[in-house]
Design a protein around this ligand. Structure first.
Ligand code: GDP
Ligand code: MG
Length: 166
């Protein structure tokens, strides 16, 4: 099994931390051709059961100018072609305008979207129920997975869940 995964979400939710954890030393560069900033391969996780190719999908925020509009269009097309979209949010923060913009942008997309609630090491387990409730009705998420990218909690389960969609 192999497939493409796009990690999207507001700045500072922990996207890079997650990638560093799962790819770590195993990072592999697909080719030595210079890559454009668009849809750059960020890392490849090769396991015995699967290969996951994580790609960067910039431009997913409210466009302020023509170039921004173009970037958003490119991002939308990319998100249609990947196998799984990881929409990452910060468990410490309430759902914000940036999150809502991303979810509106995903409407009509047939790619499975995982809601990945990161930084659960920073909250009380009881709070998780409310956090999940606040997102649940905003989008038909394929899976909802709480993790701590920093400490590694539940990251293996997330990878196993992704594998099922490849
Ligand atoms: P990005 O902008 O989405 O790529 O976010 P980063 O990966 O750069 O993380 C932003 C900040 O959040 C950094 O200071 C990280 O150390 C911190 N961070 C990321 N994941 C976690 C987590 O699971 N728990 C905690 N407590 N902090 C985290
Ligand atoms: Mg980052």
């Amino acid at each position: 099994k192999s497939g493409f995964i796009s990690i999207i979400g507001r700045p500072n939710v922990g996207k890079s931390t997650f990638l560093n954890r799962v790819i770590g030393q195993k990072i592999a560069i697909m080719s030595d051709k210079p890559q454009t900033t668009r849809n750059k391969v960020q890392g490849v996780l090769t396991q015995s059961s699967s290969q996951m190719i994580f790609i960067d999908t910039p431009g997913i925020h409210k466009p302020k100018h023509k170039l921004g509009e173009f970037m958003l269009k490119v991002a939308k097309n990319t998100l249609r072609e990947v196998d799984v979209i990881m929409f990452m949010v910060n468990a410490e923060q309430k759902i914000g305008k940036g999150d809502e913009f991303i979810l509106e942008m995903l409407e009509g997309n047939k790619t499975p979207v995982f809601l990945v609630i990161n930084k659960i090491d920073q909250i009380h387990p009881d709070e998780l129920v409310d956090i999940i409730a606040s997102y649940k009705d905003k989008y038909p998420f394929a899976e909802i997975v709480p993790i701590s990218a920093l400490q590694g909690n539940n990251v293996e389960n997330l990878l196993s869940a992704i594998e099922k969609y490849l």
